[in-house]
Design a protein around this ligand. Structure first.
Ligand code: SF4
Length: 368
């Protein structure tokens, strides 16, 4: 199978998009400007999930460019990735975890992406010599796990993924390897039909370091028979699949939608892991980010609709100082806890800030 061939049919131009979605001439002109800054690429499969008649369709918002992307407010590096980069394509922020940016390519380019600065664009942030990254990991015995991300790690050719695992297999202080991918959601065929990939992941997971997949469903409409089959294909090979979602305005910002997403994930055997606060990313923040207070209320209400399994996830802000869990609001204060921290002494530290209804990021809250 050549799964790359079908990606040549992705929607990448405003002219092609206009065949499926009504665009005024003025809007089309603005979208041309948007995609000259951040490219558009939509798989035919994901396009088929969008209700083309509904301008408020949540999947449309996630994948089809918006004129709101011309609002450049925000940052392209909200989690301090540049400061954690040890060499091209390798970040080391938390002692136990190495993060490898394996590629700048994705099957489809999500409009909300927090690595918008690099996906689909020429850059020098992705790994050029995986062997050098593996050498760094080998020399840092505190690293117990590697997250292979991107872009989308499953857009690497299967022999390339094999070469990553080969490089890592002899490192005895590693406990497990994770692949970050939204391919099961936006282009499940790449997984379902590539038995070589699945066999290889099973072989390495059983004989060397346990392999996990972390995927990225944000809305229950993304759970289809195809995306379910992609996740099942991993699970049948003994690969545990977890999900990281992000809370987005007008996408999944209702308790019922969020609860339906988590229940749906449990039904298809995917573990809810994190729900992230949307980062203040340039060209994303203004139209995707919700205030923390509102986000907390949605999440707590969603939890009342879920059983224990469905509400195992944590509500997290991926801040430059660490992964900060939003644990509670009482009176006019909001409480946080460092789930992971760049400074190891901060791990587990509770702290609070005076609540501000409109604040959407830690830096917008004043210390008491
Ligand atoms: S698949 Fe992931 S990395 Fe790629 S554009 Fe979407 S969110 Fe960003």
């Amino acid at each position: 199978m050549n799964w790359k061939n079908e990606l040549k049919n992705n929607i990448t131009t405003v002219e092609e998009l206009g065949k499926y979605i009504f665009l005024s001439e003025e809007e089309a002109e603005k979208l041309r400007e948007v995609i000259s800054i951040h490219p558009m690429s939509i798989t035919r499969y994901y396009l088929s999930l969008i209700d083309k008649e509904n301008p408020m369709d949540p999947l449309r918002k996630m994948m089809i460019p918006s004129v709101n992307e011309l609002i450049a407010d925000g940052s392209y590096d909200t989690s301090g990735e540049a400061s954690n980069t040890k060499m091209s394509g390798l970040q080391h922020k938390y002692a136990q975890t190495a993060l490898v940016l394996s590629t700048n390519v994705c099957a489809a380019y999500c409009r909300f992406c927090f690595r918008k600065r690099l996906v689909g664009l020429p850059n020098e942030e992705v790994v050029s010599m995986f062997r050098d990254a593996a050498e760094y990991i080998r020399n840092h015995r505190e690293i117990t796990n590697v997250l292979i991300s991107g872009g989308d790690s499953m857009m690497c050719d299967t022999p390339v993924i094999r070469s990553f695992l080969e490089e890592l297999k002899g490192i005895d202080h590693l406990e497990f390897i994770r692949f970050g991918t939204r391919v099961p959601v936006v282009y499940p065929r790449r997984i379902i039909e590539d038995t070589e990939l699945l066999d290889m992941l099973e072989e390495y997971s059983d004989n060397h370091h346990r392999v996990y997949v972390v995927t990225h469903f944000n809305h229950p409409n993304e759970i289809t028979s195809e995306s379910e089959a992609a996740c099942a294909a991993f699970r049948k090979r003994g690969i545990t699949v977890s999900n990281q979602a992000v809370l987005f305005k007008d996408v999944n910002d209702s308790p019922e939608t969020l609860a339906a997403l988590m229940s749906g994930l449990i039904r298809i055997g995917v573990n809810p892991y994190y729900v992230f606060q949307c980062r203040p990313v340039a060209r994303v923040k203004s139209h995707f980010q919700l205030p923390l207070k509102k986000g907390y209320e949605i999440i707590e209400k969603a939890k009342t609709l879920l059983n224990g399994h469905g509400k195992r996830f944590r509500y997290i802000m991926s801040h430059c100082t660490g992964k900060i869990e939003i644990v509670g609001i009482m009176d006019d204060e909001i409480y946080f806890k460092y789930h992971q921290a760049k400074n190891p002494e901060d791990v587990g530290r509770f702290f609070k800030r005076k609540l501000k209804d409109t604040a959407a990021w830690l830096d917008e809250l004043e210390k008491d």
